[in-house]
Design a protein around this ligand. Structure first.
Ligand SMILES: [Zn+2]
Length: 92
């Protein structure tokens, strides 16, 4: 099992077996993010999908999740908050 020094949690942990996306971001995640943090993202992603009732087949939903995965794992850009006071304020 490959280990890496995770950019998000700072721990030496197991890496992902494969890049989660077939692009530069996926490769960046595979090289810099541990399995534990990725699992945390998957839970967060599920919360976002449920909260915003996202249809993951749409390009808009995928773009939304991409923006959030980057913010969640790398602290880049803006994460969309799961705050019910923000409901309806999401802009596609
Ligand atoms: Zn980590």
């Amino acid at each position: 099992m490959t280990e890496l020094s995770c950019e998000r949690c700072g721990n030496q942990r197991a890496a992902l077996d494969a890049a989660p996306f077939r692009d530069e971001l996926g490769e960046r995640i595979r090289r810099n993010i541990c399995q534990t943090c990725w699992d945390e993202w998957l839970k967060r992603q599920m919360q976002l999908i449920n909260h915003y009732a996202l249809d993951v087949r749409t390009a808009e939903a995928r773009e939304f999740l991409r923006r959030n995965v980057e913010a969640f794992l790398f602290g880049a850009g803006e994460a969309d908050d799961i705050d019910t006071s923000q409901e309806g304020k999401i802009t596609w």
